[in-house]
Design a protein around this ligand. Structure first.
Ligand SMILES: C[S@@+](CC[C@H](N)C(=O)[O-])C[C@H]1O[C@@H](n2cnc3c(N)ncnc32)[C@H](O)[C@@H]1O
Length: 477
């Protein structure tokens, strides 16, 4: 373990007193590895039989397991099929403690690379809307990839400032997660490089940023809505300090209790403004739990939600830069033509519950199934709106990789199902062609959904007993 900064150690000793030695000793323990099952694809209890090993549940995460020592789960074909996400256990906690109901509008404001957005989207199970945002364009691309891999459908992936989003979505969301940028003191064991970036000034810098981000988040929450604030740091000004700022400046916000666990510790009012309500917040300490460390605060906006149908429409956002953007970005996208509808419905009829072609949009030959969004949203800087299904080329349709991973052998009739340990699975993931025995597919030629243990992995095109590999280069092993 690299040397921890002296200023950090001095402050932690002041904060922890008698517990400081146990806290320090926790840095000698190996980091804890976990995985979270994608419940949109697989029931939690159905996961262990898929991968032989000694699986132990993470007791406070409904769909979490500790990864057995030595198991390289990132290499598993089920990872490539989006069946699980690798995440350390305490980082799973904020999303698990934000209640999500099907059909809700959910915002993950600082979402990249998607460790929590993938869980929020899985819990929406294809209903409602998840807006997943990150201010960094490069990180938003990684976020999009992880959401695609998870088979996310009703999702808008944006690359905006929190203020830019708040202009368009005032009072819009039922649930908001702010997993804030922070000084990352809870990452020191997992990633020693973070130690090198830490300076004594970092906590104050991030505390200011967190106040700005959460102030915009509050504007976007509906009355009666819930907002989870979380960090992976121990610095009081970023944790109880930011919570105190919110309580003082937004009287409409109140703290509420979240579902507990015996290992959770209470937030300390003394580390904030002394408000006893701060005890409702949660600290996860590495010396008390099998995780790296996190802070969580669950807020409720007072009042009752107005039904969606009667609420005012969000304001259309237009600034100078956006006014100059291509005209069609501000208008509704066109549906498919009659001929395109025919091509698409021929392909989609192979789904057991086909997406209605009337719900599809076509932009420059690319076909999308997008959630309905308020006016003005198309002027935001976004990377993806809904599910990208594929491309129309002359008289044919080429299905996309993100579409494949939303599917499974029970959702698409023309599939080729491989076992995880079939050597053809590895070959497929490396981009090689694979041989197909008679009877392994429903029909002898054409597009096949390649599955591993029943989960969609990608596409292939069957010609004379050989499956041409359509797994995209950028996704290959
Ligand atoms: C702790 S990370 C989020 C991790 C993510 N929630 C996950 O579970 O994978 C914080 C994120 O906030 C983003 N960020 C930094 N400043 C921001 C700002 N002013 N507004 C919104 N996001 C910001 C960073 O790019 C970073 O991706």
């Amino acid at each position: 373990m690299a040397q921890l900064p002296q200023e950090f150690l001095t402050r932690m000793q002041e904060m922890l007193g008698d517990e400081f030695d146990a806290f320090l000793t926790s840095y000698d323990a190996p980091r804890t590895a976990g995985l979270r099952v994608n419940t949109k694809k697989c029931r939690t209890e159905d996961f262990p039989p898929l991968v032989p090993g000694t699986w132990k549940k993470i007791p406070w995460i409904p769909n979490g397991y500790f990864v057995p020592d030595g198991m390289r789960m990132g290499q598993s074909p089920l990872y490539a099929a989006g069946v699980f996400y690798l995440q350390e256990p305490s980082a799973m906690t904020p999303a698990s403690r934000l209640p999500i109901e099907p059909g809700e509008r959910v915002l993950d404001l600082c979402a990249a690379p998607g460790g929590k957005a993938t869980e929020l989207n899985a819990r929406l199970a294809g209903t409602g809307l998840l807006v997943a945002n990150d201010i960094s364009n490069a990180r938003a691309k990684a976020l999009l990839r992880n959401l695609e891999l998870f088979g996310s459908e009703n999702v808008l992936v944006t690359n905006e400032t929190p203020a830019g989003l708040a202009d368009v979505f005032p009072g819009f969301f039922d649930k908001i997660l702010v997993d804030a940028p922070c000084s990352g003191e809870g990452m020191f064991r997992k990633d020693e490089a973070v130690i090198g970036t830490w300076t004594p000034e970092r906590p104050d810098f991030f505390a200011d940023l967190q106040r700005e981000i959460t102030s915009n988040a509050v504007k976007m929450l509906r009355p009666g809505g819930l907002m989870m604030y979380s960090t992976c740091t121990f610095a009081p000004q970023e944790d109880e300090g930011t919570v105190s700022f919110l309580l003082e400046n937004f009287p409409e916000m109140e703290l509420i209790e979240m579902e507990g666990y015996e290992g959770f510790s209470k937030g300390n009012p003394v580390w904030g403004n002394g408000d006893p309500e701060i005890e409702k917040t949660v600290r996860i300490w590495p010396h008390k739990m099998n995780g790296e460390g996190h802070y969580l605060a669950l807020f409720r906006k007072k009042g009752e939600a107005i039904p969606y149908e009667t609420e005012e429409k969000p304001i259309e956002k237009k600034n100078k830069k956006q006014k100059n953007r291509k005209k069609d970005r501000g208008t509704e996208a066109p549906g498919p033509s009659k001929a395109e509808k025919q091509i698409l419905s021929d392909f989609l009829s192979r789904m057991t519950a086909p997406i209605p072609v009337e719900e599809l949009e076509v932009r420059a030959g690319k076909v999308y199934h997008s959630p309905s969004l308020p006016d003005g949203v198309r002027n935001l800087h976004f990377l993806r709106n809904g599910l990208y299904l594929g491309e129309l080329k002359k008289d044919r349709f080429e299905p996309s990789q993100p579409f494949a991973v939303t599917l499974s052998a029970d959702k698409f009739k023309d599939y080729m199902n491989l076992k995880a340990d079939d050597e053809r699975t590895e070959k497929y993931l490396h981009g090689e062609t694979i041989s197909v025995e008679p009877g392994e597919t429903a029909s002898p030629s054409g597009w096949k959904l390649v599955c591993v243990d029943g989960f969609g992995l990608g596409w292939g095109k069957l010609v004379n007993g050989t499956l041409k590999n359509k797994y995209p280069v950028g996704w290959r092993k």
